[in-house]
Design a protein around this ligand. Structure first.
Ligand code: ASP
Ligand code: MG
Length: 404
């Protein structure tokens, strides 16, 4: 017998038939002798619909009331899932986040989990019931309802698994797992059997579509083993777990492509202490996350500095950059979207040589220009033109022989 937390996302509970399908899957797991806690999201489209509704009533809706409203999405699904389980003779009970003992901080709409006291969950489990917990929500110490940020049901599931000391957390979604590349770009991409937490985090553009990054970080911190798999078939999925030595045998685990990128170059930056601190300090204050940073050698006392940010942040960042260019006495700046970041990821990189050479040769062979390069211990990223991103992904994926 294993203790399993199963999380079903919005598409997996998207209509009554799918909710009944979830109930059958839960019933099967229970029949196999496992102890089951189910975490569900709102039915697909419901959260977006509620946000739209609130805006129509008041475009400046307060965060506290948004949380009261948004939490109703998951509250519908827990009741419906429990009812579906009753319908096939499985004893089940629904619990809101607060009832399940999830306490958060006070940051409405993006609250962090502070602690979980799952006393009620244990009571119901001990009584032989399946416990269906609302994802994405908790309550703050004042007793107000909070939500955990978009995609937050993943976090509920991982955190519940940690608090309950479950053996496994199963994240059910509408894809079969994490692939060596986006299968829409590389049709012969393969499903990855096993990944380390760090690889999952670095494969952001592949991973983020199936799972919220914050919940992967949480899983890493509390060593929660989880599997990402589809609720529409019985394929085994991708296991994400602690690193072990066999994992390094594979040089590259996958290739990800992130289109949400913009590149900024500041030209004629005076080469003296404090300049970078001022510029990046101002960007951080404006809430802009800077990703890659490259500084050239200086010629005649000035240098050029290039960095990348999320494309969505470019508009706000531009105002900060313009002010900083003036403040630090730089000559000018250029800002460019229409670029993509391609990354090859794998912990095997630490013990294998020639990864960068293979990557660069593949891109060169395809006539694709590299604009910026950065490396970390388990990742090499390059910036290429957006329109060359898909082809770059294909040639790199082939060069590392990742396909089926
Ligand atoms: N229903 C919430 C959302 O759409 C939480 C979740 O689905 O994980 O963001
Ligand atoms: Mg979701």
């Amino acid at each position: 017998m294993a203790f399993i937390v199963q999380k079903y996302g919005g598409t997996s509970v998207g209509n009554p038939e799918r909710i009944r399908n979830v109930a059958r899957r839960v019933a099967d797991s229970k029949k196999e002798g496992h102890k089951i806690v189910v975490v569900v999201s709102a039915m697909s489209g419901v959260t977006d619909g509620l946000i739209k509704l609130a805006r129509e009533v008041n475009p400046d809706a307060t965060a506290r009331e948004m949380d009261v409203l948004l939490a109703t999405g998951e509250q519908q699904t827990i009741a419906l899932t429990a009812l579906a389980l009753h319908g096939i003779g499985v004893p089940a009970v629904s619990l809101t986040g607060a009832q399940a003992g999830i306490v958060t901080d006070k940051m409405h709409t993006k609250a962090k989990i502070a602690n979980i006291t799952p006393r009620k969950v244990h009571e119901h489990l001990d009584a032989g019931q399946v416990v269906v917990v609302a994802g994405f929500q908790g309550q703050n110490p004042d007793g107000s309802i909070t939500t955990l940020g978009r995609g937050g049901s993943d976090l509920t599931a991982i955190a519940m698994a940690a608090a309950l000391k479950a053996d496994l957390c199963e994240i059910y979604t509408d894809v079969d797992g994490v692939y060596t590349a986006d299968p829409r770009i590389v049709p012969h991409a393969k499903k990855i059997q096993e990944l380390s937490y760090d690889e999952m985090l670095e494969l952001a553009s592949l991973g983020a579509k199936v799972m919220q990054a914050r919940s992967v970080e949480f899983a890493k911190k509390f060593k929660v083993k989880f599997v990402v798999r589809s609720s529409f078939n019985h394929n085994p999925g991708t296991i994400i777990t602690e690193e072990h030595s066999d994992m390094e045998d594979v040089v590259i685990r996958g290739v990800s492509l992130d289109k949400n990128q913009a590149k900024v170059t500041i030209i004629g930056v005076p080469d003296k202490p404090g300049v970078a601190a001022g510029l990046f300090g101002a960007l951080a204050e404006a809430g802009t996350n800077v990703d890659m940073i490259v500084q050239n050698v200086s010629l005649e006392g000035t240098t050029d500095m290039t960095f990348t940010i999320a494309r969505d942040d470019l508009r706000t960042a531009k105002k900060v950059i313009e002010a900083q260019v003036a403040a630090i006495g730089a000559k000018s700046y250029t800002a460019k979207d229409g670029i993509s970041k391609l990354s090859v990821v794998g912990i095997g990189m630490r013990s294998h040589t020639g990864v960068a050479a293979t990557l660069f040769a593949a891109l060169a062979g395809a006539g694709i220009n590299i604009q910026v390069v950065t490396t970390s211990e388990i990742k090499i990223s390059v910036i290429v033109n957006e329109d060359e991103g898909p082809r770059a992904t294909q040639v790199v994926h082939d060069a590392f022989k990742l396909g089926a």
